[in-house]
Every structure is written in structure tokens, then in C-alpha cells.
Design a protein around this ligand. Structure first.
Ligand code: CP
Length: 329
């Protein structure tokens, strides 16, 4: 079965990392376990390991990013790879060069891995299908389709704080429709056997077929939050909205904003997550984002170890990852 998935090579090994859809529990757990080993490396005085020495990773960000781009850069450096940050805002793609011609140039620079962020859904998949078979492609977020490394760092954060997914109730609030983070998160939560995954938000920001993803849909945020172990906020992704979907950001905050009062409806030890960037006073109160239950900045930190794990695994260093885990433990 695995050989039909474009992410796997002919030997059934993970070669690209484009989406979490279709990845099994064993694969996801393997990434989380490897990332656990790399947090040990990140805590050491000398943080570098030689797993990707001599390799070149090209960060191809056609869309803005703070967290993802810098975390990939740090992850590559800690694995001893060379990192190429291509400024695609001023690159030749803006002068009419086709995406494929730009890719050929980057291939000529002997890159071994492309990390791609693009505003078009499917862009990373397109690139993976057109690059040389020796190059690994990681999706750093494509349109409203997928953000698989964000999904994995979110799972890592949840597992660190809450342990067994089967006992958990996770609530995702807000603009589910335009959110690649929600799509990847839901996919991973369902695969990992999460007890209950709830989504809540305005009907205009909810995908029509959202129940088929394995979630329970709520209209009332107060009801959705009751008994939650994990509360995940999402920003309104205005750049992907083609028409007015809510009356105003103020009205959104009044109806769906994560306020301190609302957070009290969740379990007292519930954690608050957000992929960032956060918009205080729109989807989340500043005091909640900065509060005791917030793990938002931890998510960013864990993103380095998770990306080290993904990069090492798809470059075929599974055995070496296990050795790094043992060395760090
Ligand atoms: N979470 C996330 O993707 O943030 P950036 O857009 O800053 O990379």
C-alpha cells in the first residue's frame, strides 16, 4: 500500500514530507520519538550532531514566515548541514522565471533537500514530482492544504504535556476552513487515536465536510471548551479569504475569542496552544497567550527538534537517529 503514496520511495521509505494524511501511527510515533532524542541534543552545550554533514538544505519560502523558516534553519545547522536561504521575494521568479526553471537552478547548486512554503495548495507536491529523485522535499506550509511539520510539533507538545492521546479531548477554535495547521493537526490527532477532537467556529469558517475528518463540530465555544485538555486557537487567515466571512474581528472576539473566563470552562490543567502568529484581542486574549496554561512559545522551541527528526528520517538516517537518541538519553 505504502508504495502508492508519493511520499514514499520504491523501498517503502519516507522520502518526502508533504502531508500527514496517509501516514500511519507507527510513522508519526517514530517521528515523535526521534524528536524526543533531539531535544536532548538541543539541551547540550554543543548542540551540533554530524548527521547531515556535507548536505545542503535550501529553504524555499515563497510566502512569509518567521517560526517555520528559522526553525528549519536552526534544525539544519544543528544537523551540520549547509543551509541556503533563497530570497524568493526578490528572486528571478518575480522576473518571470518559471517555478520549474528556478528549481533547476537550485538543483544545479547541488541542494539535497528543499523546504518549501508557498501560498498555493499543492505547490510542495508539484515540486516533489518535478525535482531530481535524489532531492527530498519538505512542505513548510502550502496554501490551506497542509503544514505537516507544524502538525508534528503540535503533537510533540501535546504528548510532552499530556501523554496518552487516547484519553484526551482537544478543541480547535476559529478559522478551520483556511487553516493548513488545523488540517494537519486533525489528521495527526485522529491517526494517533485522540479520544475526542472538537472544532468550533463560525459556520462560514468551517469546511462543509469537516465531520468526515473525524471531528465533532460545535457552534458554541462555551460548550466546546467544557472538559477540554488541550485548547488550540487559530488566527483568522485573512490572506486566504476571498469574501467577507465574519462581520468584524471585534465580533469574532466577542463570539469566539479565547478569554480567561472561557478558558475556565476547560479542565484546570488544560494547555493553550497556537501556531502563531497570534492576534491578541482577535482570537485570543493577551493574558491567555501569556498565561500559565500557555505553551505557545514551547511549541516554537519543540519545532527545532521535530524538524531535525523529520529531516534526518527522510534523508535515510533512521539508524543514526536512534543512536543520537541513545547518546542524548
Ligand atoms: N506557525 C507558522 O507557520 O508560523 P510562520 O508563518 O511564522 O512560519
Amino acid at each position: 500500500m505504502r508504495n502508492h503514496d508519493p511520499q514514499f520511495n520504491q523501498f517503502g521509505k519516507l522520502h518526502h514530507f508533504l502531508t500527514l494524511d496517509g501516514l500511519d501511527k507507527e510513522t508519526l510515533t517514530g517521528i515523535l520519538d526521534a524528536a524526543e532524542g533531539f531535544t536532548g541534543v538541543n539541551d547540550k552545550k554543543i548542540k551540533n550532531v554530524p548527521l547531515l554533514r556535507g548536505k545542503t538544505v535550501a529553504n524555499l519560502f515563497f510566502e512569509n514566515s518567521t517560526r517555520t523558516r528559522t526553525a528549519f534553519e536552526l534544525a539544519a545547522k544543528r544537523l551540520s548541514a549547509d543551509i541556503l536561504n533563497v530570497d524568493l521575494v526578490t528572486s528571478s521568479t518575480k522576473k518571470g522565471e518559471s517555478l520549474l526553471d528556478t528549481l533547476r537552478v537550485l538543483e544545479s547548486l547541488q541542494s539535497d533537500m528543499f523546504v518549501v512554503r508557498h501560498s498555493d495548495s499543492g505547490a510542495a507536491d508539484f515540486i516533489a514530482r518535478h525535482v531530481s529523485p535524489s532531492i527530498n522535499v519538505i512542505n513548510g506550509g502550502d496554501g490551506q492544504h497542509a503544514h505537516p511539520t507544524q502538525g508534528m510539533l503540535d503533537m510533540f507538545t501535546i504528548r510532552r504535556h499530556k501523554g496518552d492521546f487516547e484519553k484526551l479531548c482537544v478543541v480547535i477554535i476559529g478559522d478551520i476552513l483556511h487553516s493548513r495547521v488545523a488540517r494537519s493537526g486533525i489528521s495527526a490527532l485522529v491517526t494517533l487515536g485522540t479520544g475526542e477532537v472538537r472544532v468550533v467556529g463560525p459556520q462560514t469558517l468551517m469546511p462543509a465536510d469537516v465531520e468526515t475528518l473525524g471531528v465533532k463540530v460545535y457552534r458554541s465555544i462555551d460548550k466546546a471548551l467544557q472538559g477540554a485538555d488541550v485548547v488550540m486557537g487559530l488566527r483568522l487567515q485573512n490572506e486566504r479569504m476571498t469574501s467577507a466571512t465574519i462581520p468584524s474581528s471585534g465580533e469574532f472576539y466577542r463570539t469566539y475569542g479565547l478569554t480567561p473566563e472561557r478558558l475556565k470552562l476547560a479542565k484546570p490543567d488544560a494547555i493553550v496552544m497556537h501556531p502563531g502568529p497570534t492576534n491578541r484581542g482577535v482570537e485570543i486574549a493577551g493574558s491567555v497567550a501569556d498565561g500559565k496554561q500557555s505553551v505557545i512559545l514551547e511549541q516554537v522551541t519543540f519545532g527545532i527538534a521535530v524538524r531535525m527528526a523529520v529531516m534526518s528520517i527522510i534523508m535515510g538516517h533512521g539508524e543514526a537517529v536512534r543512536e543520537a537518541e541513545q547518546a542524548a538519553s
